[in-house]
Design a protein around this ligand. Sequence first.
Ligand code: HEM
Length: 401
Amino acid sequence: MTADQLAGVPVLLEDVADRWRQLRAAGPMSYEESRGLWQVLDHEAVSSVLADPATYSSDLGSLAPTQEDFETFTQGNFVGMDPPEHRRLRALVSQAFTPRVVQGLAPRIEAICARLLDAVADHDRFDLVDALAYPLPIIVIAELLGVPADEHRLFQEWASILFSGDQLGETADMADLERALEAIAPTIREMNDYVLEHIRRRRAHPGDDLTSRLIAAEVDGVHLEDQQIVGFVALLLVAGHVTTTALLGNAVVTFDRNPGADATLRSDPDLLPRAIEEVLRWLPPFPELGRRVTRPVVLGGQELAADSMLMVHLGTANRDPARFDAPDVLDVTRRRNPHLTFGHGIHFCFGAPLARLEAQIALRMLQERFTSLTVPSYEDVTYQNPAVIIGVRRLPVDVVR
Ligand code: HEM
């Protein structure tokens, strides 16, 4: 398709980005009536919130919906914790999930990508999400945990139910969240029981997998409790799956919509890591992070009372002209790219090295296997709920070998 033919085809990801541009024009802060919260919009204000966990807590506490099953399930889920508990848990799981462990996964990720793409070797058209972007991160997480191959399917099912965003409305408000938790409670129970049993098996027969390393991890004589390991596994699934799926789909859509970028990359494949950073800046999969104000404070010229709710907006911060040259231009050769897509400060994404590695391997393999990869019609593309995740759900592509 030429750029002219593309004009007029609605592409949700671009509509969303246009909305972010308008939002940012409102200034560093904007009050959102419907959710009763402040949106933090520019790079400086977003960075300062994320760098100050004492003033801006990740523990949304009583402001978050409650659900009994969910509470036990989230015990090791340190993304919603503040220091010192956050530091202790992150230090424990960091022992098990080291950069060496991640780098050592490269051959396995290559083998998984190759197997997934072999399965569509006879097709000139296939759904990139079904074929690659959806299964890849989940198989990687399941293998990492030492889950037997014939049980990977369970992880795929849980992930799709736990974080589809299907139960959430467009605003993802509190009533939506309550309903969503109610709907996923049976899945939470099933997964909780499965992972506890998996931990028992690994404790009896330790292997060279993340679960065994989590069981063995120790800081100052303290080990992780089983329920904390379950919570961490859930965190890996929720934080590490849908986001990586979104990144892969967003990269394919972005290169398709910007044929110049695709041509640049094909002529210089070494640019791929930089191009991935640019896609991350352009379309952050998790565009908003919640924080609770712990004390009266002035932020972006606004006085905030204790217990105010904030949504820090990574999508608008990533297009802030004060931090990026030509922020509304997609530039796969961009050198200075301080995007906030993986967050910032103590909660900086724990899985960023793994997400980058998976994206590099998968996108390089797509480039090597296909001389051309295009989206034939955006009318057949469907999207995740943009209130939760910026990404595609179905992405039919045409390939030429
Ligand atoms: C934290 C984004 C992939 C595991 C975060 C945060 C963001 C993020 C924005 C910070 C949350 C906050 O400050 O409240 C992403 C994106 C990804 C990705 C965009 C893919 C493109 C992964 C992967 C894993 C992972 C592959 C693991 C396998 C985590 C964990 C945390 C986290 C455990 C919590 C860190 C903490 O609280 O200290 N991620 N993530 N993420 N991410 Fe990722």
